[in-house]
Design a protein around this ligand. Structure first.
Ligand SMILES: N[C@@H](CCC(=O)N[C@@H](CS)C(=O)NCC(=O)O)C(=O)O
Length: 294
């Protein structure tokens, strides 16, 4: 569902005016350190569609004010029910459309620019993968696209893949490539959020994930990724779910791999790339063709 749309125009051709894609600023250079999974889903989709666009990098403490200034409502809430303002946002001046959820954005790009670039982001396929959703996912999908039958398998996969990776993000927290200009504010904000959720945190150091606890989480991550790997080995040609051509399912997983590739210690990222016959290493490397940071 477009959160804000004043005109609806469907065109299958490439737009003449570049789109604006809002992503979270990290420590420069962005080409190396961009690591927010939901914005990565959008970057992959825009590059797959070969659309002209420009990234606006938003410092983390300014995400809320930028989103509010664009009149895009929040699509997430914090533990206390207050609005949690997020990115990506996409503005397409050609159709006067503003969207604030990565799945809405991908669905919009497919509808509006259906034949652009490498074609169909959402080819029909079953995409059977389940991660136990208990507690319920903390990164909700926009309700409209979650209920769109043509996209249902992808919407479901998005929720389950997000839950699987989110359950292991503690492995990455200490590796966050903070923009030095906003690091202190952002760390304090992360501690505040953890406290809102009832976690006994008083400082950034309390996010540490070390020793036996970390080893157990790494084992759990490997096991969890094993079930996702099953999607990719169905088609022995690889490296994508459907073999040689990518689709949005590859981007859903690949976006999280981007985050872990930046934020995990190097030796642990090397392990992830090698797990399950190297399926995630191959996927990550093959997605390089859609990973240009513009
Ligand atoms: N359902 C939304 C979730 C977006 C989301 O959670 N974005 C995160 C980055 S991956 C964010 O903007 N976080 C801002 C913050 O932590 O302050 C989507 O798919 O776009």
């Amino acid at each position: 569902m477009p959160l804000t749309t004043t005109t609806t125009t469907t065109t299958t051709t490439t737009p003449s005016t570049p789109l604006t894609f809002y992503d979270i600023a990290t420590r420069p250079p962005a080409e190396k350190n961009a690591c927010s999974p939901n914005p990565w889903k959008t970057r992959f989709a825009l590059n797959f569609k070969n659309l002209p666009y420009k990234t606006t990098w938003v410092p983390l403490p300014e995400v809320a004010s930028v989103r509010k200034s664009l009149n895009v409502p929040a699509c997430r809430q914090f533990a206390d029910g207050s609005d949690f303002y997020t990115l990506p946002i996409l503005h397409d001046p050609t159709t006067n459309t503003l969207l604030g959820d990565s799945f809405d954005i991908a669905a919009y790009l497919q509808t509006t620019y259906s034949t652009a670039g490498d074609g169909d982001l959402f080819p029909a396929q079953p995409l059977d993968y389940t991660f136990p959703l208990d507690p319920p996912p903390i990164v909700p999908l926009s309700e409209c696209n979650a209920n769109n039958p043509a996209l249902a398998a992808y919407a479901r996969l998005n929720v389950h893949v997000d839950a699987a990776f989110t359950a292991h993000t503690q492995l990455t927290v200490q590796g966050f490539p903070f923009d030095p200009a906003t690091a202190a504010t952002t760390k304090a904000e992360f501690v505040r959020r953890a406290q809102l959720a009832g976690a006994p945190m008083s400082s950034w150091d309390d996010f540490k994930c070390e020793g036996e606890y970390r080893q157990n989480m790494i084992r759990s991550f490997e096991k969890t990724l094993g079930a996702i790997a099953a999607l990719f080995v169905q088609n022995p040609e690889g490296p994508f779910v459907r073999g040689v051509s990518a689709c949005y399912a590859d981007f859903l997983v690949g976006a999280w791999l981007r985050m872990f590739s930046v934020m995990l210690p190097e030796e642990e990222w090397a392990l992830v790339k090698g797990w399950h016959g190297g399926v995630f290493g191959r996927l990550h490397d093959a997605l390089e063709v859609y990973a240009e940071v513009k």
